[in-house]
Design a protein around this ligand. Structure first.
Ligand code: ADP
Ligand code: ZN
Length: 343
């Protein structure tokens, strides 16, 4: 299959002699050679750094390998890095580019749905440390984002779902028309050409995120809306020890804050995201696959995890609460009131 990244690099990086392509082992196997060839065809020298696929690679150690790799390749300030992959590759490469020689340029070529509609946009870069996810990082905007939905053809359904949750989130926030389209698509099922149709909405979704981050780069106001489903979602992800994937956790988070908007629950049902039931002391999460044995999650532990949220400010946290599809509100919520949402 041909993915097209035929780009004239000289407009973005007029003095570059070299580019370093950073990718993970899966993406390298699928696309590494083809992409390297396409870059070389433009007359640029390109070197490749590959690390093993998975969130477990998003560490200071891999970051160190990258910046030391850049140094070993004698990359200069006018050269640049290319992140080819999902969010993990993008975050790591972006952070390495942000800090190597106090900052060199980089380009994102997102290959997962999540990265296309979400993580490649807005310049957040960083790594996880044992104390928490994304605790070390910086804002560093890519010079260019090259989105080619053809990459999605090889993306496993489970990974697609992570991106779908963010697409539904974007629709709930801003776009009732996209919401209706996504709702209809769900009925087609995973095998019924859903992926093909989804591709059409990728660009629209990415444009929404781009617009918000352009208006509010450092997350002083509007960008906070993008956190819909993420306050409870992150806490649940963490409490599950990251056994629950990001998209699934965000979907659960959207169910919790979206209780008053029944369409939200319905679209998440239609895509088979976990359901939530509220017990006196626990939440019960039922995944579509295994409805017989729900996962029990302690309410206090979820609240405890939110107390450690980066986005908490003092005794309050800003929740994004849907009023109707296409319209959500930022609600400053005292930490002591959060428990009310979990009942
Ligand atoms: P995310 O974008 O969700 O943050 P990752 O960067 O961890 O996720 O990518 C998720 C997984 O999908 C990784 O194992 C990665 O190697 C793999 N992957 C990324 N892009 C593709 C693709 N286009 N086809 C198949 N697998 C891919
Ligand atoms: Zn997210």
């Amino acid at each position: 299959m041909s993915v097209g990244i035929k780009i004239d690099w000289t407009s973005d990086f007029p003095k570059a002699r070299k580019a370093v392509l950073v990718t993970d082992s899966n993406v390298d196997r699928l696309y590494g050679d083809a992409i390297v060839r396409q870059i070389e065809d433009t007359g640029l020298q390109v070197e490749r750094i590959v690390f093993s696929a998975g969130e477990k690679s998003k560490t200071l150690e891999t970051y160190a390998e990258l910046v030391r790799g850049f140094a070993a390749l004698e990359l200069t300030r006018t050269d640049f890095a290319i992140a080819l992959g999902g969010g993990v590759v993008g975050d790591l490469t972006g952070f390495a580019a942000a800090t190597y020689m106090r900052g060199i340029g980089f380009v994102q070529i997102p290959t997962t749905l999540l990265a296309m509609v979400d993580s490649s946009i807005g310049g957040k870069t960083g790594v996880d440390i044992p104390e928490g996810k994304n605790l070390v990082g910086s804002f560093h905007l890519p010079k260019r984002i090259i989105r080619d939905v053809k990459f999605l053809e090889t993306l496993p359904e489970k990974e697609l779902k992570n991106g779908l949750a963010e697409m539904i989130k974007t629709a709930v926030l801003f776009d009732a028309e996209m919401f209706a389209a996504l709702r209809e698509l769900a009925a087609k099922g995973a095998q019924g050409g859903r992926k093909e149709e989804l591709k059409k909405w990728v660009e629209r979704c990415a444009t929404w995120k781009q617009k918000i981050v352009d208006e509010d780069f450092k997350e002083g106001g509007k960008r906070k809306l993008l956190n819909l489903g993420h306050t409870f979602g992150h806490a649940i992800e963490k409490e599950s020890d990251f056994a629950i994937p990001h998209g699934e956790a965000v979907a659960i988070g959207m169910r919790i804050v979206g209780k008053d908007v029944p369409e939200i629950g319905k679209i998440l049902d239609a895509y088979g995201f976990s359901r939530v039931e509220y017990g006196p002391r626990s939440l019960f999460l039922t995944s579509g696959k295994d409805s017989a044995s729900p996962l029990e999650m302690d309410r206090e532990k979820i609240l405890e995890a939110i107390r450690g949220d980066k986005k908490r400010s003092g005794d309050t946290i800003t929740l994004v609460v849907p009023r109707k599809v296409g319209e959500c509100e930022l609600v400053e919520t005292p930490m002591n009131d959060l428990g009310g949402w979990l009942a």
